[in-house]
Design a protein around this ligand. Structure first.
Ligand code: ZN
Length: 206
């Protein structure tokens, strides 16, 4: 398609880099912005720019945060003795949506996956083990997706903390094996946290 404006063409090319946005949708969005007051585009680009520049990771749980310690970790009404171990920041959001978990989180940043070249050292595992070793943790809840990589990661962590006097549990599998947490509906996910099982009972084939 030949466009009459190189500026529009460039904007469309950039927008269509976003996941799930094809050229057609990108064009529609760009034309939409052109019809709106200029202020809208300014606010949009400014907020994206600011988010990209200023957002950081929480020193404690590795969730995204505006400050050194995220709002969840800083919330004194949350139970700091119960830590829910998740793969990704999207999992924190999914569990927070259920409003049923009052502990804190630890975001690993992925799963151990030799095929993809992801080893334990590339994940936020050491800081989790250190938290357990430092004391003050009563329970770790493993809430990784129930895939081979998720199980391997859980077990890797479990082996290192099993001699410390804490409870280890895994979310109940109302969520089908292989399902990603973020796609589970709130009710199912909420139930799976409430009805969590001792970790030893959740080990399938390791
Ligand atoms: Zn945090």
């Amino acid at each position: 398609m030949e466009m009459s404006s190189k500026l529009l063409e460039k904007a469309v090319a950039e927008i269509s880099q976003l996941p799930g946005i094809g050229k057609r949708t990108a064009l529609r969005l760009a034309l939409h912005l052109l019809k709106q007051p200029e202020e809208h585009t300014r606010l949009l680009t400014e907020s994206l720019q600011k988010m990209r520049e200023d957002i950081r990771f929480c020193n404690s749980c590795h969730n995204i945060s505006d400050t050194d310690v995220c709002l969840i970790c800083a919330n004194t009404s949350r139970d700091r003795t119960v830590i829910c171990v998740v793969e990704d920041i999207r999992d924190v959001m999914a569990i927070e949506n259920t409003s049923l978990f009052k502990g804190i989180y630890h975001v690993l940043g992925g799963k151990i996956s030799p095929i993809d070249g992801v080893g334990p050292s590339q994940l936020n595992i050491v800081t989790l083990i250190d938290k357990v070793k430092a004391g003050g943790v009563k329970e770790l809840i493993f809430a990784l997706s129930s895939t081979m990589e998720g199980d391997t990661t859980n077990f890797y962590i479990y082996r290192q903390i099993k001699d410390y006097n804490i409870i280890t549990s895994a979310i109940a599998r109302g969520i089908a094996v292989g399902d990603e947490l973020e796609f589970a509906d709130e009710v199912t996910l909420g139930r799976s946290i409430i009805h969590r099982v001792p970790f030893e009972n959740s080990i399938r084939s390791l």
